[in-house]
Ligand binder design. Sequence first.
Ligand code: SF4
Ligand code: FES
Length: 143
Amino acid sequence: MSSEVTKEYTNGEITVVWKPGTCIHSKKCWDGLSSVFNPTKKPWVNIEGASSEAIMKQIDACPSGALSYYKNGEEKAELAVSSLTKIEVIPNGPIRVHGDVEITHSNGTTETRERITALCRCGLSAKKPYCDGTHKREGWQES
Ligand code: SF4
Ligand code: FES
């Protein structure tokens, strides 16, 4: 299993799950819903800053899977994860894998990633095989 740091924020209705090590700093969440996601504040997630519906919609747009949520009272396992694994090639960006996966690293260790995993396609990431957002900072363009 992954030993990744995880933080949770709840408004009693839904719980937002945040995995800082997975964030690729796309800024989508704070550009889209700054009343909830504001990295200049502590804690950076203000779960009371918008309706549960607005928060869930914004989290669905997180490209890396660093943000996820579950409805309180429902098992996390019941999250809508399709049994069909989908792979999405992002223009000038990473390969996004939708669905839970087990990754075997080059040193033989394994790690479980849930929901969405962004894999580096530009070759510039310092966290390979994962995308760390460097493609954007470097303005990488696919040929
Ligand atoms: S990757 Fe997700 S959590 Fe990180 S900044 Fe982008 S939208 Fe926010
Ligand atoms: S694709 Fe994002 S760092 Fe390589």
